[in-house]
Write a new protein. Structure first.
Lengths: 141, 141
DNA sequence: TATTGTTATACTCTATAACTATA
DNA sequence: TATAGTTATAGAGTATAACAATA
């Protein structure tokens, strides 16, 4: 079987299972990635944040609207540069982040079952290699 | 970084790159998986085929409609059991399959760059482990 | 003019529920 | 009644293009 096919199938299964785990904690994959990125560091612009999550700016706007509607983030214009929006977690957003983090950590433990440290390290290295192989040359445009 | 997150990110990058490679060959991931399944073996029912591809029957109908509209497959009722649809590749479907297969093989070579046989085998084993870990217990309902 | 973000729109993939036709 | 598949509908995620506001 082509290795790409196996990665794809595994990823599909993982994504579905992870999505379900996040849904049970009241989230989804994109919202988790966005909350995680917001907690990990401070972004100068929404576009930077979008790039970190791997989506377009307009798509991020769409998700941020949802997060704002649910009271998880607040957006305000930067007084120094009113084109820029500042995105911040609310208290409820923090709580949601913690819930989703727990779900993610629990999922990770489940994922690691039967793999020792060396296995995981080797897996990481192989994944990084695959990632590099598709990111490099062949992604023109 | 959680291993799940890394798999997810790698998978996203791979899926996008693979989708692009398939699009350049005139296909998409679901159509490729369906054509591949049709060539790999004969399925008794569409539902079996859907399960092999990892989608619901209604979703498969949707894709088969598209494939039929583009002249890649033909569907006819099984005379022995008129509830059952038989799905067959047309000549054009065969040609599309070959084009997509070439694209998939080319993609796979690109993916394997910098990995030797042992690396690939280890990767396969780790992926199988991850797949099993999410398929087993934690997928109730 | 260039940059930041939003709006409008649409596409793809997916699913569930109700339905048709066969058995 | 049960099974195979379709239709109708919807929702999530994504993108592009046109736009408004700001610099």
């Amino acid at each position: 079987m082509p290795i790409g096919l196996q990665v794809q199938r595994t990823a599909k299964a993982l994504n579905r299972a992870f999505d379900q785990a996040l849904a049970e904690a009241g989230g989804s994959l994109p919202t988790w990635l966005i909350l995680l990125s917001l907690k990990t560091r401070r972004w100068e612009t929404q576009r930077e944040l979008a790039a970190a999550v791997g989506i377009e700016g307009a798509t991020l706007t769409h998700h941020l609207e949802g997060l704002e509607r649910h009271g998880l983030v607040e957006r305000s214009r930067d007084p120094d540069n009113r084109r820029v929006m500042r995105v911040e977690l609310t208290g409820e957003g923090e709580a949601a982040f913690l819930r989703l983090r727990d779900a993610a950590l629990k999922f990770d433990r489940r994922l690691r079952a039967g793999l020792d440290e060396d296995d995981v390290d080797a897996l990481r290295a192989a994944l990084a290699r695959l990632h590099a192989n598709v990111s490099e040359a062949g992604a023109p445009r």
